[in-house]
Design a protein around this ligand. Structure first.
Ligand SMILES: [Zn+2]
Length: 93
């Protein structure tokens, strides 16, 4: 569970936080407050992450090691989710 920025209680489910956006905020079951993860800073992290991933992916393709490539892909997806989850929720309204 993740902290609601309105009542500061651990009420936001991980799945809800991942799906939440500015247009579709997560609604706190405790206080009804709306919030979403700060994607802008998460995206900055993602760009850095993708550059690192690309640095591994290119030699993986050249060396024909597809298992490494799929490993990089899984790692990118997992770390993207962790990155979003680690961001505090931003209040809406
Ligand atoms: Zn709340």
């Amino acid at each position: 569970m993740y902290e609601c920025p309105h009542c500061e209680k651990q009420t936001i489910r991980a799945s809800r936080k991942l799906m939440a956006g500015k247009a579709t905020p997560a609604i706190c079951p405790q206080c009804g407050g709306k919030s979403y993860p700060d994607i802008k800073s998460a995206l900055t992290g993602l760009v850095v992450l993708n550059l690192v991933g690309l640095g591994i992916a290119v030699p993986a393709v050249l060396l024909d090691t597809l298992w490494l490539l799929s490993g990089v892909f899984v790692l990118a997806v997992v770390s993207a989710k962790i990155f979003v989850l680690n961001k505090p929720m931003t209040k809406v309204g």
